[in-house]
Design a binder for this molecule. Structure first.
Ligand code: S3P
Length: 177
């Protein structure tokens, strides 16, 4: 696929379970670009896992760590960046994302029940990476609804991943660049 010469970053946004990490990793591989997962990046910088950060200091402190990791991540070039699902909720993060030049933002979308089921399956496979904000399905769905318009406005393209394999999602993204 031909990538526009000026393009420096592709950012994947969307709710937990949308496929940001798996699609992002494969997309980067097929572009010959680096891949940066914001959750992993912030865990490395904080030297703690996300469940530990939530348990220790609550969500507010986690969000501050996430913002500083985001600012750092956006300085990377020829990189596919998978955001955490909550990263665009803060206005300052949104402004930062909107003001980063030569960057495509893509919203990976799926219905809430699909996302929730994917996350539950993942939590069995990797119990160290339980997502603290899924403890209450009702509250998670409320967050999902609040965030939908935020993701949609931020992105130049929305891709529904409900019925796509990871490779199919990557193919569609590559043909849209
Ligand atoms: C969160 C999403 C998670 C992680 C944290 C909070 C959220 O990232 O950043 O558990 O607020 O939606 P993923 O979207 O990669 O699961």
């Amino acid at each position: 696929a031909a990538v526009p010469a000026t393009l420096q970053r592709i950012i994947l946004t969307g709710f937990m379970g949308a496929g940001k990490t798996s699609v992002g990793r494969l997309l980067a591989e097929q572009l010959g670009w680096a891949f940066l997962d914001l959750d992993e990046h912030l865990e490395t910088r904080a030297n703690a896992t996300i469940p530990e950060l939530f348990a220790r200091d609550g969500e507010a402190r986690f969000r501050r760590i996430e913002s500083s990791a985001l600012a750092n991540a956006l300085s990377h070039t020829h990189t596919v960046i998978a955001l955490g699902g909550g990263a665009p909720e803060q206005l300052t993060n949104r402004l930062l994302l909107e003001q980063t030049p030569n960057t495509h933002i893509i919203f990976l979308d799926a219905p809430f029940p699909v996302l929730f089921d994917r996350c539950m399956l993942q939590s069995f496979a990797s119990p160290d990476h339980i997502r603290p904000l899924l403890a209450s399905p009702e509250q998670a769905e409320a967050r999902f609804l609040t965030r939908q318009p935020i993701y949609r406005r931020l992105a130049r393209l929305t891709l529904s991943t409900a019925d796509l394999t990871t490779q199919q999602a990557v193919d569609q993204l590559l043909s849209s660049l």
